[in-house]
Design a protein around this ligand. Sequence first.
Ligand code: THU
Length: 132
Amino acid sequence: MIDWEALFRSAKSVREHAYTPYSTFAVGAALLDEQGRIFVGCNVENASFGLTNCAERSAVFAMIAGGGKRVKALVVVAGAPRAISPCGACRQVLAEFSEATTPVQLFNLKEDHIETTIGDLLPYAFMKTDMQ
Ligand code: THU
């Protein structure tokens, strides 16, 4: 049983910590790991723009640093005209630690809401098994 409400609250709350002096576009992400713990991440920008880290990857890296292994559910929240979805780089990183069936919910701060999966976000993902 996934507590989507808790994930949404966590993503919305960490979004307030986003460091976005360049884009002013704040994003929050919250994920559930295999131990039932919530890890959060926000985007962190840099004067050298390419060094920016998205909210989704920040949450995954927090999970790994905390000893988590697998993403069981993900929520992303941003103040966009529509529910935003993870960038290509984040989809690839998320695929490494998720299943194709892992559920994802994407929100903006209005009514928009998309329910999808990691597999739908990145079909035919390149995986470590492809290198065997
Ligand atoms: N961003 C995220 O954190 N997650 C997304 O899913 C899309 C984009 C960030 C990166 C950058 O700090 C800002 O949003 C504008 O691209």
